[in-house]
Structure formats: structure tokens, C-alpha cells
Design a protein around this ligand. Sequence first.
Ligand code: DUC
Ligand code: ZN
Ligand code: ZN
Ligand code: ZN
Length: 478
Amino acid sequence: MALTLITGGTVVGPTGRSRADVLLDGEQVAALLRPGDTSLGVDLASVAQTVIDATGKYVIPGAVDPHTHMELPFGGTAASDTFETGTRAAAWGGTTTIVDFAVQRTGERVQDSLAAWFAKAEGNCAVDYGFHQILGGVDDDSLKAMDELVAEGITSFKLFMAYPGVFYSDDGQILRAMQKAATNGSLVMMHAENGIAIDVLVRQALDRGDTAPYFHGTTRPWETEEEATHRAIMLARLAGAPLYVVHMSAKQAVATLARARDDGWNVFGETCPQYLYLSLEEQLGAPGFEGAKWVCSTPLRSRAEEHQEELWRYLRTGDLSVVSTDHCPFCFKEQKELGLGDFSKIPNGIGGVEHRLDLVYQGVVDGRISLERWVELCCTTPARMFGLGDRKGVLAPGADADVVVYDPAGHTSIGYPSDGNGKTHHMNMDHSAWEGFEIDGHVDVVISRGTVLITGGQYHGHPGHGRYLRRSTSAYLR
Ligand code: DUC
Ligand code: ZN
Ligand code: ZN
Ligand code: ZN
């Protein structure tokens, strides 16, 4: 088996950091060794096939993005990254595992929709992948399917309180799915927005002639997120099930979640980089139709600094457990443009699978979170939350040899200058929601199951390297 030795770096995990050399044996981590350790009786640097000098750099587990939407069908189009292009971009950004959402469309059998997702991903992924299942409504068949899927390693199910007529489940359906989750150990992931109220506000805005992208944000105010979050928590409590609320953006919604957690309830929250940095006024309110680039749901918030301060605080306290990307890219030309003259027809989503590790690292640079918390939020907790903790999100003997060497002295310019020249990302998009962002730090080397995917600014991966991950139930169940 090929040996890889990563020398001279500072290994960072969720509970601390230390100077250590990391030995990879084939696809697994073999050992963490104190620098100069001679107890193995061999000079590892001379027997290892690959030696990576990480002096002055951080050595962390490959990052785990538990929320991506490759090829998501939405509003008559589909997310522009395939599993091939999207997982390659993930690799560039140090993400070596994604958990994507298989989508059940109305009238379709859950198992058929999942089979379609397996077919899209198989043989095409640059990094390892698992699936959550989106239930497009709940009935006797889908409840039965939940048990079958858990046995196949799909141990989490996303439900929508938004998008009536598309993905929406009503409260009774949600309660039934949660009751099922309470019995089979799966985790319900909730899109918590009151979609019935939102649809009224959207209709009223359009009737007033408020058709610009900006009004996507004003018609999904924080009250619709807080109310739905509160309702989801109460339904989960009624069912005796744990709950994971996705893409939280409103401080009021997280406060409600935090109160439930203070009361000892088993509920968890996730946020995304867009909610930590971007705002309704500045981005959605950009001149002309430009704001369409930032149309996503939940939306960017008004008076965003107030929300951002609180979201960072909740990332420190632990009331927010995970930062995912909700990667859901659409090109501006022909995709976002479907909503010219009617913001409600703009496909919802921001592409960001490549940038999460950098954007959250900026929180370390800015003194908002610790280095250890960065690793915990981007690597360790997402793996443990979604039943991958024995293999992913940790650097320990026996874990998968997924490693990122991160250079704190490096620099990353994110973006896609609007003149179209000098695209600096690898996602299949004709723009970037992150244009102009400058990061004090850089993903230097990326290793997936012992294979070097990124080094020296070059990509060495290939479609099909990534394998399907059969997931256990969440480590956070009780
Ligand atoms: N939100 C998005 O922004 N895109 C896809 C689905 C969702 O819930
Ligand atoms: Zn959602
Ligand atoms: Zn409430
Ligand atoms: Zn999503």
C-alpha cells in the first residue's frame, strides 16, 4: 500500500491543535506522530512514496458539506453543476465529502427518485458522496420507504414548509414523517419557512408591480422563518423526534431554536456562508436584475449585520452546529433570467460548494471563532450529524485518509469579474455570488482517501474516484 507522510504541520481537530506528522497508508489514516518520533524504527520520510511538507500550515480533516443540490430541478430548469463539475469544485475548496439531496417529485415513488440520483452520481464524482432524501409530500408509501432507505444508508429526510404545490408538506404530513423518524432513528431536516404566508406576500408584491429581485427578500421576512422554525420544533417535540433546521438566516429563528436547546430538546441548526456575509439591501438590491444572483431561500436578510453578529455568536455557543453551503448554482444567462419581470420565477439558489472552508476560515482571521471551531463546523460535526463520524471529519488512525493542508499565509481571491475574464472558481456558473471576496488563507493540498486531488495549484482528480457513502444514523440521536 502507498504511504503518504505529511510533515511539519499543525494538526487541528475540534478539541485542539498540536504539531504532528500524519501518516496515510493507502486509503486510511495510519498514525499521527510527534515530530521526530522514531518509535516505528524506520525513517518514514524515506520509505513513504509521497512526502508533503506542511511546515507553517494547518493539517485538517477533509471538509464535509452536508447540503448540496447538484442538478436540482427547480422552476423549469436545473442547478447548473453536475455531480462531475460540482464535486470537482468541492475538491478545489477542500471539501472531500458531500451529502446531496435526492428529490422525490410529486407522483413519483421515493425509491425511483433515489435510483435516479444514484444514476446521476455514479462514476462521476471526484469526492465521496452520500444522499439525503427529499420527500415531496408524505403518505403511507413514503413512510414505508423511509424505513427501507434507512436500511440502505440514507438516514435523513428533508421536508419543506415552503413551496406549496412543489415540495411542500402540511403539518399533518410533517408530524407523520417525524413520528416515523422517531421510530427508525433517522433525522428530519426542515426547510423552515411559512410558504403559505409567503405565497400571499409574493402575489401581493407582484400585483403592486414590485417585480425586481429585491422583493424576493421582502416577501420572505424573518417572521416567516421564525414561525416555521417554532412550529417545526413543536411538531418534533410532539413526535419525540430530533430535528435539524437547514439554512437558518434570521436571528429570531435561531433564538427560538436556542431556547428549545436550553430546555434540553434535541434540535439542531445549520447556517450557510451567504447569511454570514451578504445582505438583502446590498446584494438583492443591486441595480437592474443583478440581484437575481443572490436569490436563495431562506433569503438574505435586511439589516443583515444584526443577524450576522448573532449567527456568529450562535456558531460560538454551539446553538448553530454546522455551516453548509446549500450549493444550488444557476447561471445568470437563461437561468436566473427566467425571472426577468417576475422575481418569483428566478430559480432559488447560490453556488458556493468551493468556498465554504475559506469563507468560514475568514471568521477565524476576524476573531469570530477559534481554529478548532472552524474544523468542527466544517468537518467534524457535519460528519457526525449525518452518520459518517467513524470515517469522515476526523484525523485519527482508521479514518479515511481525507486531508486538507491549509496555508494561513496564503491568499484566495474568490470570484468571477463581471468582464468575464479571470474566472477564479471551478463551479459551472457564469458568475459568482462571492465576486470580490478576498480570503487570508488558502487551500493548498487536498487528499481524498489517500489520493492527492489538489497540489501546487493543479487538479489531479478524476470522475469516479468518489464513492457512495452508506451512512449510519446520526451520532446526535438520543
Ligand atoms: N433553497 C434554495 O435557495 N435553493 C434550493 C432549495 C432551497 O430550499
Ligand atoms: Zn431548503
Ligand atoms: Zn415562535
Ligand atoms: Zn437546500
